[in-house]
Every structure is written in structure tokens, then in C-alpha cells.
Design a protein around this ligand. Structure first.
Ligand SMILES: [Zn+2]
Length: 316
């Protein structure tokens, strides 16, 4: 009787502690990365379909690695030094092989601020990606400190140390091919592992999560690149955000969404709609499963609508 009374009090107390705000002292900042085997020798660390927050530490991104007989290939390194270190630990749980090559898909912070944990290896990126990181990486990093706080502690930008100017590379038994594109940020790397048929699309493809547009050269450019991606023979596609898929559903959804965005912005501009009106328009039901669609649509309108208005103005 007495025991159950104390146990009730204890439970109530424990519950109260859990409900207290600002409980970061109670929760260690752990990314808890779980490598998911998605193809032979190939592992995915899938991020959440969310925006950056203090709850997720910026782990909203997909990173991946391939274990070859000569060493490990890493594709993207995550949003922070802490993530990069956690990724190295996750790799070490799978293999004793050293990390040989790291590839950064593009200069967005969630894809490369983990580089610091791989500074002893070769970090490749497209030359324009390296330039964009040097130009904008500091501001991105500051913003990440604001958005996710303590998770970023000790993170310093580590630029790539090897410009990617080849279109293929053999690592162990894996034949890698590289496709430089521009649709998402002006410099976007897509990598195919010909040995397994896994296509690492970076943020050229988002799936089940709305795409982001702050640096896109334009939706038409992105759509052209997407056609080129669809033409690369592959067995499994790994998007920058969202689940990996063995069929064309991710490219299909992405193309559908990009065309809808382009058409919606163009017709709104032709009708003289204001930016605030446009931000509130209803979504087509077929995008009901796309996470963060309203949030990203509002941002996209802010980024791109002036260009569409300008195009209408030029025609008049
Ligand atoms: Zn991106």
C-alpha cells in the first residue's frame, strides 16, 4: 500500500519533470543515427521531414555511405560537427574500413557542416559549390546556430579540399559517376554508383517534403535537370530529403510539384495577384502528403515571385 503510494508520487513527479519547459539538461544532444542498409554495401542515414529546430538539431537531411573493399565513400556530412562525429561512429559500427572520399552535394548547411569530422580525408565538391560555400557558408552557419542552438557547438565550416572535375571515379569495386547540375542552388552534384545502381540525387530531388528555393537559378532550369536525372538508368533513388525509392515516384512527384509551382506563380503574376494573396492560395489535393508545403510555398513566393512579376511587366 505504502509502496504503491510512493510509486504514484514518484510517477507524478517524473511526469512533472518531463513536462517542464526548457528541459535540454535532461535530454543529451544525441542524433542517434541508425544506418539503414538500402543496397549492397550502401547505407542511408535518413533525416526527419521537418524544418530546422532545437528538437531535431538540424537532422532533417539524408546522408549516406558506401563501404568498398578499399575504404568508405561518404555522400554529404550533415548539419553540424556533432552530426559529422555521430556519422563517423555510425560508420565505425558497420565497418573498420577508413573513410577515403567525402562528397558534398551542394553548399546548403545541412549537407556539409559535418565536414569538420572528416577533415583528415579527401572532401570533394563541384568547384562552384566550394566557391558558394566560401561566399555564403558563414551566414548559413550563423543562421544554424540561431535555429538549432547547442547542437552546433564547436562547429566550424570546413571547406572541401578537392574540386570535383572528373566525371567518374573507381573506389574499390564501386564505379562512381558524377553529374554536375544547377537547378537547386547553381551547383548541385548528383552521383550514381554504377555498381549498385543507387543514384544519390542530393537536393535536386525532394520526396514527401516540399523543396526549398532560396538559391535556385529558376524552376525551368530545375525541371530540365530533373529530366536529365530521370534519364540516368538507376535502381534506387536517394533524395536529399525523404525516403529512398526504387521507382519513379520521387522524380514524378518532384516534377509535378515544380510544374505546379511554375504555373501557379506565372498565372498569379499574369492576373496581377499580390504576394500576400498568392501565399494564401489553396493547395492541390495531390500534394496533401508533401510535408511543410505551406511553409516552403510562402518562402518560394518571397524568393521567386518578383521574377515572375518582372517577366509579365517586360511583356507589356
Ligand atoms: Zn539544399
Amino acid at each position: 500500500m505504502l509502496h504503491s503510494h510512493f510509486s504514484r508520487i514518484f510517477k507524478a513527479f517524473a511526469l512533472l519533470i518531463l513536462m517542464l519547459p526548457g528541459q535540454s539538461w535532461a535530454a543529451p544532444l544525441s542524433y542517434d543515427l541508425k544506418p539503414q542498409l538500402i543496397a549492397e554495401d550502401t547505407y542511408l542515414l535518413q533525416g526527419r521531414l521537418e524544418d530546422f529546430s532545437r528538437g531535431n538539431g538540424g537532422n532533417i537531411v539524408n546522408t549516406a555511405f558506401i563501404v568498398t573493399r578499399d575504404g568508405v565513400v561518404v555522400f554529404d556530412t550533415g548539419p553540424s560537427f556533432r552530426y559529422g562525429k555521430a556519422m563517423r561512429q555510425a560508420i565505425a559500427q558497420v565497418t573498420d574500413q577508413p573513410v577515403l572520399h567525402v562528397f558534398n552535394s551542394h553548399h546548403h548547411p545541412d549537407h556539409f557542416l559535418g565536414n569538420q569530422a572528416f577533415a583528415d580525408g579527401t572532401i570533394w565538391a563541384l568547384p562552384d559549390t566550394g566557391r558558394l560555400m566560401a561566399e555564403q557558408g558563414g551566414a548559413f552557419s550563423d543562421n544554424m546556430y540561431r535555429l538549432v542552438g547547442d547542437w552546433m557547438r564547436a562547429t566550424e565550416m570546413q571547406l572541401p579540399n578537392r574540386p570535383l572535375q572528373v566525371d567518374r571515379l573507381q573506389v574499390g569495386e564501386h564505379r562512381l559517376r558524377f553529374f554536375p547540375m544547377t537547378g537547386h542552388t547553381g551547383a548541385d552534384l548528383v552521383m550514381l554508383d554504377e555498381t549498385t545502381g543507387v543514384l544519390f540525387a542530393g537536393d535536386m530531388v525532394f520526396y514527401q517534403r516540399a523543396l526549398t528555393t532560396p538559391q535556385t537559378p529558376g524552376l525551368a532550369v530545375w525541371l530540365r535537370d530533373l529530366d536529365a536525372i530521370a534519364a540516368i538508368p538507376h535502381r534506387l533513388l536517394v533524395p536529399g530529403h525523404g525516403p529512398a525509392v526504387p521507382d519513379g515516384s520521387a522524380i514524378g512527384q518532384m516534377g509535378d510539384y515544380l510544374r505546379w509551382l511554375d504555373l501557379t506563380l506565372r498565372s498569379a503574376a499574369e492576373r496581377g495577384m499580390s504576394m500576400t494573396e498568392l501565399m494564401k492560395i489553396p493547395f492541390d489535393a495531390r500534394f496533401a502528403e508533401v510535408a511543410l508545403r505551406r511553409h516552403e510555398f510562402i518562402r518560394t513566393v518571397a524568393h521567386l515571385y518578383p521574377r515572375y512579376e518582372e517577366a509579365v511587366f517586360q511583356k507589356q
